[in-house]
Ligand binder design. Structure first.
Ligand SMILES: Nc1ncnc2c1ncn2[C@@H]1O[C@H](COP(=O)(O)OP(=O)(O)O)[C@@H](O)[C@H]1O
Ligand SMILES: [Mg+2]
Length: 255
């Protein structure tokens, strides 16, 4: 089966810095791929090049074999790429439900132009309720997004990405800031989404959860891919160990 997402020789530079340097990998439907590496390795830059939220200076992104590397973000979303955004201030005052309904409308707006406004709203809210249920946060539907606990907020960010019924989900550190019990629960939920057929590309620093949840890992260091394979095999890969020990060494020197 061909890959759903293809990243071919991706390159992004900021001035003289090669933040992403000839990085290639692919993700299949139902696969949970972890993108890991030390701070500054180029993970977020890589994910943004794939979503269209950041620049792509070389290489190509394909989705179902189609080249999408120059499409604007909303076109990629409409093709079936689910992305997370920080919940910005105007959305914090909206309810959890309306945040997801808003994201649903974002994906469907083209097909709904002819529909009456109230139909759009009812349909969006019904879809949003279903997504909140899948993520176990339906009880928070009517609370303001800015007021819910962090664990709910992190799930809400995933819910917003899922609202457009994507086939590929892109997540940048979804477990960050959660305690270990909350992190495990969200990791299990994300694993369940992949088991349901979704392709997931995830950046995550929580290596314990990464090892437990991911089918495969791609390791970046200083903009380059240094390893690609099954989690267990990679943890004894000398290049991977060196990249992580190097980071600890730098931290120690920095005090
Ligand atoms: N908008 C930007 N302008 C200049 N440099 C950037 C920008 N975004 C990221 N960088 C640099 O690119 C490198 C990779 O950053 P990033 O992709 O955020 O790493 P990671 O997510 O792996 O921690 C870092 O050296 C970072 O400082
Ligand atoms: Mg990052």
């Amino acid at each position: 089966m061909p890959a759903l997402l293809g990243a071919q020789a991706l390159a992004v530079h900021f001035g003289g810095l090669r933040a992403v340097n000839e990085v290639s990998f692919d993700v299949a439907a139902g696969e949970l791929l972890g993108l890991i590496g030390p701070n500054g390795a180029g993970k977020t830059t890589c994910l943004k090049a794939i979503s269209g939220q950041g620049p792509l200076h070389g290489g190509q992104v394909t989705f179902e074999g189609r080249r999408i590397g120059t499409l604007p973000v909303h076109r990629r979303v409409m093709l079936g790429i689910g992305i997370t955004h920080q919940i910005v201030r105007p959305l914090e005052s909206l309810t959890v439900l309306d945040n997801v309904a808003f994201a649903w409308g974002h994906r469907h707006r083209a097909s709904l132009l002819a529909a009456a406004l109230h139909v759009q709203r009812d349909e969006a809210r019904a879809a949003a309720r279903a997504v909140l249920g899948r993520l176990g946060i339906a009880e928070f539907a009517e609370r303001a997004a800015g007021e819910v606990p962090l664990g709910v907020r992190k799930r809400l960010e995933v819910a917003r990405a899922l609202a457009g019924e994507p086939r590929l989900l892109l997540l940048d550190e979804p477990l960050a800031g959660l305690n270990s019990a909350e992190a495990s629960r969200l990791a299990d939920l994300i694993r369940g989404l992949a088991d349901g057929g979704l392709a997931v590309l995830l950046i995550e620093h929580n290596l314990g959860e990464v090892m437990r949840m991911c089918d495969r890992l791609v390791v970046l260091d200083a903009g380059r891919k240094i390893a690609d394979g099954e989690p267990r095999a990679l943890m004894s890969d000398p290049a991977v160990v060196r990249a992580y020990l190097g980071e600890e060494g730098d931290d120690a020197r920095a005090g």
